[in-house]
Design a protein around this ligand. Structure first.
Ligand code: 4AD
Ligand code: MG
Length: 505
């Protein structure tokens, strides 16, 4: 089997490649097939003179997504994506496709989500999945290189880890069990056996609302380290994110280009991540504290003004181009040019309209934020607007954090948690912290959260038998992919998303 991404090695030779027709056009005596095989795309030239009438008619007739085998000569062609072109000598049909539901015209996202099993074949989705793959491998590489042991935490569990409101309950031989929200508690047990571990598995949260950041099933990476305090944890998170993003920059230039992801913001990953105590973050949110002379509130007000000004420009531009498109005397090429521009303008317009609707509510919620509360999605967007790297918010009011979070002995109002907020409006991608080691405080917290004590006895054992300071964090893979790829929604970051209102395909 020869794959498209290795064809450079076969210049001047005859090869056979197998794949799917993703695009096609023909002119007199020549058909051009763009073949896709999962490793790349290849322009294939079918000439009637060479392949004969029957094969040529097949080349012209076969619908998009038909699977075929093509034999021919590999010639260099700088204009083509892989730098080569196939001059076909033989075409064999593997399976002729029925009419394919996804065409090259624009489709709505809901339609595409219904066709997810096919949508995955499109170039953009392909690029996203390649980047996801790089991130997964880079995550393993980072931890393996540093002596962490990968462990698999159970998925059926009797323990609520992250609050009881998002539990999926299921039937475990007649007893209730939950689908795991997090492998952390098991990771803590394993860290006491292995020193440093990480889990990397599916986790489940019943999030009965549609947001761009929440899935019902997502993949979480959760390292847990014995003898680590919050500071060491934050150092690890920073090095970790730097490593995985750098790998994407190294390995996925082409994919980043396909999805039109500007790379400068990713290159900033080499800068130190600001570490901001919760109370300072709130002052930034409310515009009472500036960052490098910039104020979150006034910056957002400027964003709003700019969005509105740009919208006016766009309206005028759209009106002018629509006249040109409607005009019968406009040449075909020029019309197409305006139509393309119009598509781009409409999409920019709807983004800006959304922003203009959102900013006033963001501002309102920032101004009315009550100290002591958890940050909402929009609050994270407002704060991170001032930064061009991820930031780490730490020392949280203990009430808003999970029961296991270590209280600060000098300031028991605070818990030693840390959230990493990604820039460009993305917000939380990592949540973690130092774990409570004081057994009595832990017992109080379990009661306060109304968790069943008997289900946590084993967890308390970790404090009974050789308790040590320890820390860890959880990174949501899909949130990371969404940020790295700059996607508007996590649904495109995973092959088959599971979320409120979506179980098929
Ligand atoms: O902040 P969370 O809830 O923290 C924990 O689960 C800890 N037990 C982690 C640990 O310390 N070991 O979740 C961690 C991360 C979030 O920062 C977010 O990236 C992701 O998991 N996440 C979700 N991703 C997609 N959809 C959801 N519904 C998510 N909920 C959390
Ligand atoms: Mg969190």
């Amino acid at each position: 089997m020869i794959y498209i991404n290795e064809l450079q090695k076969y210049l001047g030779q005859s090869v056979t490649v197998k794949g799917w027709i993703t695009n096609k056009r023909d002119s007199k005596g020549l058909a051009f097939i763009v073949l896709r095989d999962g490793t790349g795309i290849l322009q294939c030239v079918v000439s009637e003179e060479t392949v004969g009438n029957e094969s040529f008619e097949n080349a012209k007739r076969l619908p998009q997504e038909s699977s075929i085998s093509l034999t021919g000569n590999i010639v260099a062609d700088d204009r083509q994506v892989g730098g080569v072109e196939l001059q076909v000598t033989q075409l064999d049909i593997i399976s002729e496709s029925e009419e394919y539901p996804i065409s090259n015209k624009e489709h709505g996202v809901e339609f595409l989500m219904d066709q997810r099993h096919l949508w995955l074949r499109s170039r953009r989705q392909w690029a996203i999945m390649k980047i996801r793959n790089t991130l997964i491998m880079a995550i393993h590489e980072f931890f393996q290189d540093r002596g962490f042991v990968q462990m698999d935490a159970p998925i059926f569990t009797g323990n609520a880890c992250e609050g009881t409101s998002t539990l999926f309950e299921t039937d475990f031989y007649g007893d209730p069990a939950y689908l795991s929200q997090s492998g952390q508690l098991y990771g803590e047990a394993m860290a006491m056996a292995m020193g440093k571990i990480y889990t990397f598995g599916p986790t489940f949260r019943a999030e009965k609302s549609k947001t761009r950041r929440h899935l019902s099933e997502f993949w979480m990476i959760e390292p847990e380290m014995a003898f680590y305090d919050l500071e060491m944890n934050m150092d690890l998170i920073e090095g970790f994110l730097r490593h995985v993003v750098s790998r994407v920059l190294e390995k996925n230039k082409e994919e980043l280009q396909i999805i039109e992801r500007p790379i400068e913001p990713l290159e900033n990953i080499t800068k130190p991540f600001p570490r901001i105590p919760y109370h300072d973050a709130i002052e930034i949110l409310k515009g009472k504290r500036e960052v490098n002379g910039r104020n979150a509130i006034t910056l957002l007000e400027e964003d709003l003004k700019n969005a509105q000004a740009r919208l006016e420009e766009i309206h005028a531009d759209i009106a002018q181009r629509e006249v040109k498109v409607a005009d019968q005397s406009t040449k075909k090429g020029e019309r197409k040019f305006h139509e393309d521009k119009l598509r781009a303008l409409h999409s920019e317009k709807s983004n800006l309209e959304e922003l203009s609707r959102n900013i006033p509510t963001w501002l309102e919620s920032a101004m009315n934020f009550e100290v002591g509360n958890d940050l909402g999605g929009s609050d994270e967007t407002v704060i991170t607007r001032l930064f061009d790297t991820p930031i780490m918010v730490y020392n949280w009011p203990h009430e808003v954090k999970a029961f296991y979070m270590k209280r600060d002995a000098n300031n028991p109002e605070l818990a030693k948690g840390v959230d990493v907020l990604a820039p460009e409006g993305y917000g939380e991608i990592v949540g973690g912290g130092e774990r409570e080691t004081n057994k009595d405080w832990l017992v109080d917290k379990i009661k306060e959260h109304e968790l069943p004590m008997e289900a946590f006895e084993w967890y308390l054992d970790l404090r009974r038998y050789g308790s040590v300071p320890h820390s860890g964090f959880g990174l949501g893979l899909e949130r990371l992919v969404a940020w790295v790829c700059k996607l508007p929604h996590v649904r495109e970051t995973i092959p088959f998303p599971r979320m409120y209102g979506r179980l098929l395909p």
